[in-house]
Design a protein around this ligand. Structure first.
Ligand SMILES: *Cc1c(COP(=O)(O)O)cnc(C)c1O
Length: 364
């Protein structure tokens, strides 16, 4: 696959295009701006005329033409979103009851999620935290709320793992990111930190030398990236993740299974293989959460299980994420195809990837 480069349109000087703040300031939020990149279809226009808000970076908009039009579903609303189906909720994981302070979600005993900003440079149509995401670049968390969050983490020693999320934390200025990582690093019981971000995909210009230096200085810090489709691996994105890998920053990737976008074993195999080639380890494959207007995105559970069955044993183990359904009561629940053919007290019959059944004796 020759990766696409998101070249600036003719009238935009390259030095502006390569400036992440310019990319944020020039986000595409109206039909007229979008038309400089693609021609909206009737379903997209129907959503615009109903006032559905959207936002994407010029970089991402450049990926949407030609074969990249499959990526439109990720950031451009359609009238499908206007229909709310049974069981859909704006807080599908019931996270609001796990918020001891405004920017912490503490759902698992040892792990806390820190909402470092409400802002994202692109608004994903299936985002599980859509209810929190704001279009306003300056809508960042105020210092008092940050201090409260740090104070909560400091006085809660069972928390070993802090996931910095939002919004997208890497849209914050360097100084704020450094301040936050410094503050967390000083808390003795925190063993592990990660940043959840789609920035390498939607805003690869963000990975300046100075940001990478800040990330590199803090250990152990992992990045949890968010990839949906192999066509998101533009030249600029590949450079960003390789600069991060060269700086020694470990990276995982989370993917949401989306109908008509990536619910295909061949597409996901391609995505996961390209990721490991670029030193990013596929981490989770998510069943899409039932946010309002998401029915057109959601696949049957079988689809995810069949994809896992296709991948397991066929492709490199490192290129296989865990398939999970996030639940409102019990957090992430992993699902695997059932490989047990028969079981009794003496043996278990297991079917391998190639169909062969093995009779395995159970010791008593
Ligand atoms: C997913 C998630 C985490 C991290 O879980 P891992 O399985 O360790 O990746 C932490 N907090 C919340 C609220 C989450 O949704």
């Amino acid at each position: 696959m020759p990766e696409k480069s998101a070249e600036p349109p003719g009238e935009v000087p390259r030095n502006l295009w390569n400036d992440w703040r310019w990319q944020i300031r020039n986000r595409i939020t109206t039909a007229a701006e979008l038309e400089r990149y693609i021609t909206p279809d009737e379903h997209e226009r129907a959503a615009f005329s109903r006032g559905v808000r959207f936002s994407l970076t010029p970089h991402y908009a450049r990926l949407l033409s030609g074969e990249g039009s499959v990526l439109r579903r990720l950031v451009i609303p359609t009238d499908c979103e206007l229909a709310c189906s049974e069981g859909e909720e704006s807080d599908p994981l019931h996270e609001e009851i796990y918020r001891p302070t405004p920017c912490i979600i503490h759902r698992y005993p040892e792990k806390a999620l820190l909402l470092a900003t409400n802002f994202c440079s692109a608004k994903c149509r299936y985002c599980t935290r859509s209810r929190l995401v704001s279009e306003d670049f300056d809508s960042t968390v105020d210092d008092k709320t940050f201090f409260e969050a740090i104070e909560y983490l400091r006085r809660t020693p069972e928390i070993k793992d802090v996931l910095i999320s939002g919004g997208d934390p890497l849209t914050l200025p360097d100084e704020k990111i450094e301040w936050l990582l410094d503050a967390l690093s000083e808390i003795r019981h925190i063993e592990f930190m990660r940043i959840g971000t789609k920035t390498p995909v939607v805003l690869p210009q963000r990975f300046t030398k100075s940001l990478i230096k800040i990330l590199k200085k803090h250990r152990p810090l992992w990045l949890s990236l968010h990839f949906i489709h192999p066509l998101e691996l533009s030249k600029e994105t590949i450079k960003a993740v390789n600069d991060l890998a060269d700086a020694g920053i470990p990276m995982g990737s989370q993917t949401v299974l989306l109908k008509g976008v990536n619910d295909d074993p061949g597409i996901l195999r391609k995505l996961f293989t390209e990721l490991i080639k670029n030193r990013v380890r596929p981490y989770y494959l998510y069943q899409c959460d039932p946010i309002p207007g998401s029915a057109h995105f959601r696949t049957p559970i079988e689809t995810g299980l069949n994809i896992m069955r296709y991948l397991l044993g066929r492709t490199t183990g490192y290129a296989i994420p865990q398939f999970v359904v996030d639940t409102s009561g019990g957090g992430k629940v992993p699902l695997l195809p059932d490989y047990t053919v028969k079981q009794n007290g003496d043996y278990i019959d297991l079917q391998g990837f190639n169909g062969a059944v093995t009779h395995y004796p159970i010791l008593k």
